[in-house]
Ligand binder design. Sequence first.
Ligand code: GDP
Length: 473
Amino acid sequence: FQLMADLIKLQVFVAPHQAIEPEVAEKLCDQHGFKFEREKREKGAGVHKVEEVFVEPEPEEDVPEDKLELRAPIITFMGHVDHGKTSLLDYVRNSRVAAGEAGGITQHIGAYGVKDDQGRPITLLDTPGHAIFSKMRARGADITDIVVLVVAADDGIMPQTKEAIDHAKAAEKTIIVAVNKCDVAGADPTRVRTQLMEHGLTPVDFGGDIECVDVSAKTGAGMEDLLELLALQAEVLELSANPTANARAAVIEARVQAGKGATATVIVESGTLKVGMPFICGPFSGKIKSMLDDNGKPVKTAGPATPVELLGFAELPNVGDEVVEMESERAAKKLASERQGEKRNERLGGAQKSRLDDFMALAKGGPQKARLQLILKTDVQGSVGAITGAIEEIESDKVEARFIHAAAGSITESDILLASSANAVVIGFNTKVEGKAVQAAKREGVEIKLYSIVYELIDTVRDAMLGLLEPET
Ligand code: GDP
């Protein structure tokens, strides 16, 4: 009524729901101490509407101590083929089923949880090997806490054992060694320890800090010790997560299943997944329809380090993608459509990881020594030492070269994934690139340099380190 009275004073006669001229409104505002701002309209734009922007919540940093809860360690088994990774994983799974969950459906979901003798939880990834480990890391889902390096006591360290060591080291993971097949005649666990030392892993009983356990996947000997050690390491590493944070989980397996559609096994990194929760995963939105635990039983919630099979994806996600809780379905859908748009644009130019040329720029500026990470594959073992030796001798005060993996053999997909996760350049000397590796290199944007003349190889790396390389166009 006050406003009506004021309007009448201004000689404006309107009914309560009638619009007034902007000039009149401005006068009114002035009288009442408000600032009148006209809505800015684009030419042709009808209604003024605020464009809402939804972003993916960032992972929590600096979590208050009182919110942190201890969580299970997440374990990956690695090692040479036939050294017993699968058998060890099967042994642990089967012994647990026998110990109390008999009758439960053990279905393979890519990971499972067990407890050690004292009831401390451990999460085991059921897909052994360093390829998946580095693939996940290359995608930014670095969920493994501890690597169990499996070495057969009758065979000792073999090429893939070394590869696994290099992958675990490049990722700066805690390594625990399971010396397997100790039941076999001809098993020599002491020789394995000596070999480990030669590869820079000194066992505790040799005065170093690498825990080694003698085990047998056949008899089960030493298995409880192994589990206890894993649980203990988790305490040493003080692994914890905030179960009340915004939920994030990493996809470790994904498949389309009859009657279920696109499903994925995820491991919760932080927060708690709940049925009904809207989420974004890569460029797709979704809503958790249901969750199954590692026994195939439906669950309503899943906290940190728990593996669950998740239903409710619009499309099949990729291994290493993250499922991130969103505030609403609308927000998730909006962000998904934005990302799909971005993806279309991205196809024009692929991402490019570390390139030798970039070191020209690095070598020119910056007070800190840059590190040039290299992976070397050669025709014969003899060239490995010769080439790494020559490159390590190159002196540059700006760049330091470091071989994260050097071995004889062709360039494999696993080399590319390691390069991608560690931002390294792959160098081949008189060797081939496997077909899968070529594809992976394209996909991951990893640079492969091939040489057949030693001095050309060394000169190129030297020039890169001294900042003399002309960038390729
Ligand atoms: P992976 O390739 O590392 O996964 O190795 P597997 O688990 O498939 O094992 C390779 C072979 O070694 C299989 O035939 C197993 O039965 C056998 N094996 C694994 N662990 C042991 C063990 O502790 N003792 C004996 N005697 N055989 C084993």
